[in-house]
Design a protein around this ligand. Structure first.
Ligand SMILES: Cc1cc2nc3c(=O)[nH]c(=O)nc-3n(C[C@H](O)[C@H](O)[C@H](O)COP(=O)(O)O)c2cc1C
Length: 177
């Protein structure tokens, strides 16, 4: 197995998971900012990690847009986010639906990890987005369970990243060779 771990990370949680995974697999972890598909050709196992922003996995189009060039590779994507990872309706429904169109979901194994949100570290744009989202959701008269969950997520001010959670991904990656 010749793996590489690529990631996009604004606040550091995805980068931390990428580095833990790379360490466990004795391979390189690389920031995918500005990367093209050419970088992927020397590896047989591509592990891509991206933070979730409005359900979109940051930078994952590097994989999904180049899926035809990656037919002979093992493809693993991991997300970091604040939605509890047991909320499968969210991950298996909304996240998969938005990020893996045109059959790409059948070619990629996806893992979900808890990320972090430290309010004082957020950019002004992100701070405003979270505040606005909370304001809109809180005004709903009969919020759905999903909307209630979103309101609660807006108040998280913590780092939920946990190295022990990479085990399943590592076992899966190792089993691919
Ligand atoms: C503006 C904004 C939007 C976000 N949207 C989502 C989301 O849709 N789903 C989710 O689970 N987490 C969401 N999060 C939480 C981030 O995914 C979480 O902070 C993650 O750790 C970010 O990855 P990074 O630390 O590598 O940048 C959002 C955070 C911000 C600031």
């Amino acid at each position: 197995m010749k793996p590489i771990v690529l990631y996009r990370s604004k606040y550091g949680s995805t980068k931390a998971y990428a580095q833990w995974i790379a360490e466990a697999l004795s391979c390189e972890a690389m920031d995918a900012k500005g990367a093209s598909a050419d970088i992927l050709k020397d590896y047989d196992t591509i592990i891509y990690g991206g933070g979730l922003y409005a359900e979109i996995i940051a930078g994952a189009s590097l994989i999904t847009k180049n899926i035809d060039k990656l037919q002979d590779k093992k493809l693993i994507v991991f997300t970091t986010g604040l939605t509890p990872t047991d909320c499968r309706e969210y991950y298996d429904g909304m996240v998969i639906e938005k990020n893996f169109k045109n059959g790409t979901k059948d070619k990629i194994k996806v893992f979900n990890f808890p990320g972090k949100m430290i309010i004082s570290e957020l950019s002004l744009v992100h701070k405003t987005a979270i505040k606005t989202l909370k304001g809109i959701m809180s005004k709903k008269e009969n919020p759905t369970e999903m909307e209630k969950m979103l309101i609660n997520l807006c108040d998280i001010d913590a780092d939920l990243s946990d190295r022990s959670l990479i085990k399943e991904l590592i076992d899966y990656a190792r089993a691919q060779c």
